[in-house]
Design a protein around this ligand. Structure first.
Ligand code: ASP
Ligand code: MG
Length: 408
């Protein structure tokens, strides 16, 4: 008997009807003889609504109370699903993160899961019940409810699946798998049968919003196979797993567009040791994630321009910090541009196939799309372009790399 973990996202448990459908699906899996554990997200947009409500009562909400509040969404769906299961003759019990033994760091709002004490889960499974567990939450050393970051239910599911040594972690959502790119941008986008952890992690971190990046990180550490699929049909989705050496790999497997970035430039920074460390140290101190960084030398050679990107919501704060540090360093000016987007090609086959970058630049230039910044890694090439040209860049590249023609 294997253990199978199902995870249902907000859209999959958005209504009573949908919860009943989920119950049927779970029961079916259990009737095939496997032990089933279900992790649920909050119904529909519940978490957003709770946050809206919070903002109406407080300007500066206490993080502890934030966790107390937003964790309730998952509790609703877990209890409802357990009831729906019971009502079709499937023994079930709902558990909060704490009841299920999910122990997190002592950090409100975005803790990591430290360990999972399996006693209770195992007891319920042994009693023949389906355990329905709230995603997105655990408890800290004080016993306080802690959430693990927006979208974190995926990570809850993978962590619990890994702890239980489950056969597979099936993540159900409203899309039926991972596509070569967002089908809303490119209707010809193709569903991938499988994708490696590394590629998926890049795509997720680059803005493909199908999975919480930390869930992939966790899956790759424990070798947990994720099957990302739709809760609306029976078709196979995409398997996220270890890359197998035998498979032939296209250089580019996916294209991501991140429209949620902004660019900051610090101009004429005196070119001497320690400046980059001051600038990026100050940003890191404020927990601002910096992505691309470009330093270019001024013609005189004594000054440099520093450009970097941040997530759009961090722009205001990042500019404030940049201005402060620029003053300290004697830099000339800080400029910023929120109207940019980042388009990225991802594929582990890039390592062994030269020419991917030049092909990308050529395709963009033929479409008169100007590249503002470039960054590369072994399995990724990203370009920052004008916001208005982001979608077009994805379309052009999808075609240029023949992703509309791949067989899977
Ligand atoms: N309900 C939480 C959120 O909306 C967690 C999740 O859905 O994964 O962020
Ligand atoms: Mg989610």
């Amino acid at each position: 008997m294997a253990i199978i973990v199902h995870k249902y996202g907000g859209t999959s448990v958005g209504t009573a009807e949908k919860i009943k459908n989920v119950a049927c699906r779970v029961k079916k899996t259990r009737d095939q003889g496997d032990e089933v554990l279900v992790i649920v997200s909050a119904m529909g947009h519940t978490t957003d609504e709770l946050i809206e409500l919070m903002n109406k009562v407080s300007e500066n909400p206490d993080p502890r109370e934030y966790d107390m509040l937003v964790s309730t969404g998952e509790q609703v769906s877990a209890a409802l699903l357990a009831m729906a299961l019971q009502s079709i003759g499937c023994p079930a019990v709902s558990l909060t993160g704490g009841q299920a033994g999910v122990i997190t760091e002592d950090i409100y709002k975005k803790a990591r899961i430290k360990e999972i004490k399996l006693d209770r889960i195992k007891k319920e499974l042994k009693a023949g019940k389906v355990a329905v567990i709230t995603g997105f939450q655990g408890v800290d050393s004080k016993g306080d409810i802690i959430t693990i970051g927006r979208g974190g239910s995926d990570t809850s599911a993978v962590a619990i699946a890994a702890a239980l040594n489950a056969k597979v972690c099936e993540i159900y959502t409203d899309v039926d798998g991972v596509y070569t790119t967002d089908p809303r941008i490119v209707p010809e986008a193709k569903k991938l049968k499988s994708i490696s952890y590394e590629e998926m992690l890049e795509l997720a971190s680059l803005g493909a919003q199908v999975l919480h990046p930390r869930s992939i990180e966790c899956a790759s550490i424990y070798g947990m196979v994720i099957h990302l699929r739709s809760s609306l049909n029976e078709s196979e989705g995409t398997y996220i797993k270890e890359a197998t050496k035998m498979e032939k790999k296209e250089a580019v497997r996916g294209i991501a567009l991140d429209e949620n970035i902004a660019k900051i430039g610090i101009l004429k920074v005196p070119d001497k040791p320690g400046t980059a460390s001051k600038i990026f140290g100050a940003l890191a101190d404020e927990k601002i994630n910096v992505d691309m960084i470009i330093q270019s030398i001024h013609s005189q050679g004594t000054q440099a321009d520093m450009a970097f990107t941040v997530d759009t919501p961090d722009l205001k704060k990042a500019v404030e910090i940049a201005k402060r540090v620029a003053k300290e360093l004697g830099a000339a000016e800080v400029i910023s541009d929120p109207d940019v987007a980042k388009v990225s090609l991802v594929g582990i086959g890039m390592v062994s196939q030269p020419g991917t970058a030049s092909k990308m630049f050529k395709a963009l230039s033929e479409s008169k799309i100007n590249i503002q910044m470039i960054s590369t890694s072994e399995i990724k090439i990203s370009c920052v372009v004008k916001f208005e040209e982001g979608k077009k860049a994805v379309q052009v590249l999808h075609k240029a790399f023949g992703l509309d023609k791949i067989s899977q």
